[in-house]
Design a protein around this ligand. Structure first.
Ligand code: GDP
Ligand code: ZN
Length: 306
């Protein structure tokens, strides 16, 4: 028929019943997909056939995913939102006042998704002498755990080299609390023209009525960014306390070393967590956050199933 040979490609946008597929040489076309395929998401690597002239191509197969970013839908079912993300940039700032509990929630989600996380402290220009010790303690806590922390200002392009370097050669996402400067950072690394989605609907003849859930952008300084409002606000889904524990690197190392096999890690004698916090081997703040999040997970679960 009027389709070209099968070739590899990556999903760069999703429009309900259609996807945008790009080949390694940069050819980008609207495609529909075989009904038997599982739900395609941005970042998926696929086998596809481009149209020989006008019209739609077709996605015929999906490659196994390296990583999957998932979010609960309104019914509480986990749904994939992006595939093959290789780096989560967790943004925080002096304003809104940073909360390590909130940062931990993103880091736990990253750990459970097996996506390496880097902390990006934005709005460095707002850190005054009074704030500096608090900010430095927070940075030190995460650096000791092995999470890289970079400090910069979206408003100061000359200081963004570390961010450009971190983005190179990888597929990344920005996540973080509202107001920390995610949009500002996306705008700083992406030329404005890139954000214009008009070109995508131009060759489809289907108009603009389709919703773009997420998009994959090529960064002029190297690397790819997957971005959407949903991904930026990506948070921790409903998980068990055991899963939460495995999202805390230092706690998952201690698990199994308590005196009692069924230790709740709250007040038992010989609890490896309590002893490590006591001796300073692990951060008490992180352990407190773990308890705090464990309590809210129950509430979130109850809310969802009400
Ligand atoms: P988002 O909600 O995370 O996407 O945050 P925005 O990018 O919308 O930024 C929230 C506010 O912080 C806006 O008023 C930005 O102008 C401001 N902002 C972002 N980056 C910086 C920065 O590096 N320094 C300062 N002082 N303000 C910033
Ligand atoms: Zn214990």
């Amino acid at each position: 028929d009027d389709l070209g040979d099968e070739q590899i490609g990556i999903i760069t946008a999703h429009f309900g019943q259609q996807v945008q597929v790009e080949s390694p040489d940069g050819e980008s076309r609207r495609c529909h997909f075989r009904a038997t395929l599982e739900q395609l998401v941005v970042g998926d690597r696929v086998i596809w056939q481009p149209p020989k002239s006008e019209g739609l191509g077709v996605v015929v197969a999906i490659e196994p995913r390296e990583t999957v970013l998932k979010r609960p839908d309104p019914y509480g079912n986990l749904k994939p939102v992006a595939a093959n993300v290789e780096q989560m940039l967790v943004v925080f700032a002096p304003l809104p006042t940073p909360s390590s509990t909130l940062l931990d929630r993103y880091l736990v989600a990253a750990e459970l998704s097996e996506i390496p996380a880097t902390l990006v402290l934005n709005k460095a220009d707002l850190i005054d002498e009074a704030l500096r010790p608090f900010i430095d303690d927070m940075k030190a806590m995460y650096e000791q755990l092995g999470y890289p922390v970079m400090e910069l200002s979206a408003h100061e392009p000359e200081g963004l080299a570390p961010l450009h370097d971190a983005l190179k050669g990888k597929i990344s996402v920005f996540v973080g609390q509202s107001g920390v400067g995610k949009s500002s950072l996306v705008n700083a690394v992406l030329p404005e023209a890139e954000l214009d989605v008009g070109d995508l609907s131009a060759n489809s003849g289907l108009g603009q009525h389709t919703t773009v859930t997420a998009r994959l952008f090529h960064l002029p300084t190297g690397g790819e960014l997957i971005d959407s409002p949903g991904i930026r606000e990506f948070g921790l889904w409903h998980i068990s306390e055991d899963e939460l524990l495995h999202g805390y690197r230092e706690l998952s190392e201690l698990a199994g070393h308590c005196k009692f096999r069924n230790c709740s890690h709250r007040n038992e004698p010989g609890c490896a967590f309590l002893e490590a916090a006591e001796s300073g081997a692990i951060s008490e703040e992180r352990l407190d956050n773990f308890y705090q999040i464990a309590d809210t997970l129950d509430e979130e679960g109850r809310e969802r199933y009400q």
